[in-house]
Structures are given as structure tokens and as C-alpha cells.
Design a protein around this ligand. Structure first.
Ligand code: MG
Length: 461
């Protein structure tokens, strides 16, 4: 569907689209410092959605996370460059955590924006060296662990599901762990966040597995060599070769394999909820929650969808904009998760072929997650307003009712003393306006009364 047709078919998403457009424009405004400006400019080029959420973080955390992202993006560019011989790639991955302390460090590899990032990596190094040493330490430590992990998988394929989890831990779980340590060191989140390794790992795995599922076609068609992250233990149940899944004649088995992969990814959702329930800073919360919501939406779209084997399956721009718009607290998170769980529920309740090997598991997971999110949402909503029956709620309701009643009393008295004769001709225009106003005030006061009496009316029903 064309962009315009997409917008016209979902007009309710237009305001959010305008706001995200303005936010992305704001994100392109660069800092005055030329080195920082380079970092934010290249960040905009390599990840637009990430650039928007990162720009909304407070400093010094913002600059530190921007550098963290670029350093890991640099490491990933080395890993992803399929033209780089292993004899160069392996030592480069292993020494990257030390190279980021070397002013002027560059490494010619990658393509397009990534090539430019690597060619001017010395600028990222300069900004890295200007960060608080506590942040530098987290970045270098995570880069070392990730580089070692990537090196481990350079020469071997992902065989078992345990290895798949291990690979995802190296390339994404460690990012979650590093971010948690940075949140804790910034003081925006409690010090315990620095030690939440398991939950942080789940946050990274949920995102990474979603990308690996969504990017199947792009990865398998990669030149000069395909990139294969789907574990053999899963795909070998559905095809002789991973690349066979893209063939139109194998669509049914391919979709079943895809469903198997989505079911595996969905298992991380409860841990992600638990992690985000612990966050207290609103901007940090948005930074963490927006990508998680997008992942849940993408998984729901990909599930049982053969289009994954034909091209990129992505959430609508308008819906993405709405996620950016409405993501301030756990209430929003649960509502989004429930939206996507209901899409999954529709699929597992009728659309999926009965002989799909993981259908029962999918049905059970969707039911469990829906239960978890709806119960937690109800609890969250109850915690947001004074419990009905409490003294605070009673005082609030009584005050609102009194105000509405006083307003109604005056609204219905209004105008009666002004409609008589003896009004000077010069003031007639003003009197006419005032005489017309009581109708409006009477209407408004009646609405206010209805609104304040609403809880009593609903309780009576
Ligand atoms: Mg990579």
C-alpha cells in the first residue's frame, strides 16, 4: 500500500504522524560541539527511531548512550561485513574494546552510512574519552564481552536453541545489561538496576529475536554470503536448508517454522514486563518501552504471515507514531501489549492451520500473556486513583458535586434580572450577549452535574 493510501485508510493516525514528524525534525538539530554533532548526525543516519528516543533522554545519560550505541554499531559493522576475511575480522572483534581508547582509531569496513561511521570512528573515540569514566567502563566492558561472543560465532552456525539464546545474549542481551548499568550510574534509576542481568538480558533477547525473525529474507539474501541466525534445531524440522524457506513452494512449512520462531520469542514477554515495572524515570521508561512495544507489534504481524518470506513486514508508520505518542507509563504499555495480543489471539483462534506443530503452545502463551497484562493493567489503574470508598475519594467527589451544583444554581438564575426594560440603548448589545449566554451555561452546568453524578449513576445500575 502506498504511503498516501495508508494514511487515508487510517485518518485517526494523522495527528500522531504530524507529532512524530516534528520530533524527528527536532532530533536532526545537532549539538554545537562538532564532535558530538557528528555522533548525533550519524546516529540519525543509522537508526532514526532510536535517535528520537535517545534525544528525549536527559544528559549526561543521553550522550553516553549515544556513544554506547555507536561503539556497538561499529563492532556490529565489523561482524556484519561478509567481505571481511575472518583473519581480519576475528582480531578486530577481540581488540575493539581496547581500540576505543585509541585516538584516531578507524577501520575500513561496512557499507553506506556504516562505512562513514567506521572511517570517522576517531570522532566517536574522542567523545567516548570525554564521558564520565563510570560510563566509559560500562561501554568498554560490554564491548569486550560482545566482541568475544561474536568471535565465538564467526566460524560456527547457530545449532541449538540454547546457542541461539547465547548468540542473542552476546549481541543484544549484553546491550540491555549495559544500559541497566548506565541507568543505575546516572542516578535516574535505583542502583539495583546495575545488577538486573537476567531481566535486562530478556529485554535484549525479545528485541533481537524479533529482528532475526523479521529480517529472515534480507539476511538469507546477503551478499557475498548469507547470514543465518535461525537455529538449525528449529528450521531443520521444516526444511532441508534454511534458504529453502523462502521458496514459494515451501510456504506452508516456512510459515510453520516462522510460527515456531515467534512462539520462542514470545516467551520473553513476562520478564520484559517485570523489568519495566521497576523503572521510575519517565524518559528512561519511554526509551525502554517504545522498542518493546514495537517488537510485540512486529511479532504479532509476522506470526502466520507468509509475507515475511517475500519482503519486509513492518508496522504501519501511523501506528508506530501512535506508539511514540502514547507511551508514558505501564498503563500504556499494557494497553499496547493487549492490542497486539488480541491480534495474535485472532490468528491462533482460527487462522492458523490445525496441524501447525506449535499452535497449542502459541494458544497457551497468548492466553497467559493476555491474562498477565489485563490483570496488571486493572491493578495499575486502581493504583492511579484514590480507591473508591477512601476518604480522599469521598472528599474529591463531594467537592466536585458541590462546585457543579453551585454552578448550575447560578446558571439557571442568570439572565432573568437582565431581560427587563430600563436598559440604556448603548448597553443593549452587551445585554443581548449576556442574555444568550445563560443557555450555554445551563447546558454546561447540566453536563458538569451529570459528570459528577456519573459514579453514583453507574453504581445504581
Ligand atoms: Mg550483526
Amino acid at each position: 500500500m502506498g504511503k498516501l493510501a495508508e494514511i487515508l485508510s487510517h485518518p485517526q493516525e494523522v495527528p500522531a504522524l504530524v507529532r512524530i514528524y516534528l520530533a524527528s525534525k527536532a532530533a536532526t538539530k545537532l549539538p554545537k560541539d562538532p564532535q558530538l554533532a557528528f555522533c548525533y548526525e550519524i546516529l540519525n543516519n543509522v537508526s532514526r527511531s532510536f535517535a528520537i528516543v535517545i534525544q528525549q533522554l536527559p544528559n549526561p545519560l543521553r550522550d553516553a548512550i549515544c556513544v554506547f550505541y555507536l561503539v556497538l554499531r561499529g563492532l556490529d559493522t565489523v561482524e556484519d561485513d561478509m567481505a571481511l576475511p575472518d583473519s581480519v575480522k576475528l582480531p578486530a572483534l577481540l581488540s575493539f574494546h581496547k581500540d576505543i581508547y585509541e585516538r584516531g582509531f578507524t577501520l575500513p569496513c561496512g557499507y553506506n552510512h556504516y562505512k562513514r561511521l567506521m572511517a570517522q570512528f576517531g570522532t566517536v573515540v574522542d567523545v567516548f574519552l570525554s564521558l564520565d569514566p563510570a560510563f566509559q567502563l560500562v561501554i568498554a566492558n560490554i564491548t569486550r564481552r560482545m566482541g568475544e561472543g561474536m568471535a565465538e560465532f564467526i566460524t560456527k552456525e547457530v545449532e541449538t536453541v540454547a546457542e541461539y539464546d547465547k548468540y542473542c545474549h552476546y549481541v543484544a542481551g549484553l546491550v540491555g545489561i549495559g544500559l541497566s548499568q548506565m541507568f543505575a550510574r546516572s542516578g535516574l534509576e535505583s542502583p539495583e538496576f546495575g545488577a538486573k542481568e537476567q531481566l535486562s538480558n530478556h529485554m535484549g533477547l525479545f528485541l533481537q529475536k524479533t529482528n532475526i525473525i523479521r529480517d529472515y529474507l534480507e539476511d538469507i539474501l546477503e551478499e557475498p554470503a548469507p547470514r543465518m541466525f535461525w537455529p538449525r534445531a528449529v528450521w531443520s524440522r521444516y526444511a532441508a536448508k534454511l534458504s529453502d524457506l523462502k521458496e514459494p513452494g515451501n510456504r506452508q512449512a516456512a510459515v510453520q517454522c516462522l510460527n515456531h520462531m515467534v512462539v520462542d520469542a514470545l516467551q520473553h514477554l513476562p520478564a520484559c514486563v517485570q523489568y519495566m515495572e521497576g523503572l521510575r524515570d519517565r524518559q528512561v521508561f519511554r526509551f525502554c518501552a517504545i522498542p518493546q512495544i514495537m517488537a510485540a507489534g512486529t511479532l504479532a504481524l509476522c506470526y502466520n504471515n507468509g509475507a515475511v518470506f517475500e519482503g519486509a513486514v513492518k508496522m504501519r508508520r501511523g501506528q508506530t507514531a501512535q506508539v511514540f505518542d502514547a507511551c508514558s507509563d505501564m498503563g500504556d504499555l499494557f494497553r499496547w501489549f493487549l492490542t497486539f495480543l488480541s491480534l495474535l489471539d485472532k490468528k491462533v483462534s482460527g487462522q492458523v492451520h490445525g496441524d501447525d506443530p506449535t499452535l497449542q503452545q502459541a494458544q497457551a502463551l497468548v492466553a497467559q500473556h493476555t491474562q498477565l497484562c489485563s490483570t496488571a493493567l486493572a491493578k495499575w489503574q486502581a493504583s492511579q486513583q484514590p480507591a473508591s470508598g477512601s476518604i480522599a475519594a469521598w472528599v474529591r467527589d463531594y467537592l466536585l458535586l458541590t462546585l457543579a451544583a453551585v454552578y448550575a444554581y447560578y446558571a439557571f438564575q442568570m439572565g432573568t434580572s437582565l431581560t427587563g426594560g430600563g436598559v440604556p440603548e448603548q448597553l443593549r448589545g452587551l445585554v443581548d450577549v449576556l442574555a444568550a449566554a445563560p443557555l450555554l451555561h445551563r447546558l454546561l452546568s447540566a453536563l458538569a452535574l451529570l459528570f459528577t453524578l456519573r459514579p453514583a449513576i453507574f453504581a445504581a445500575r
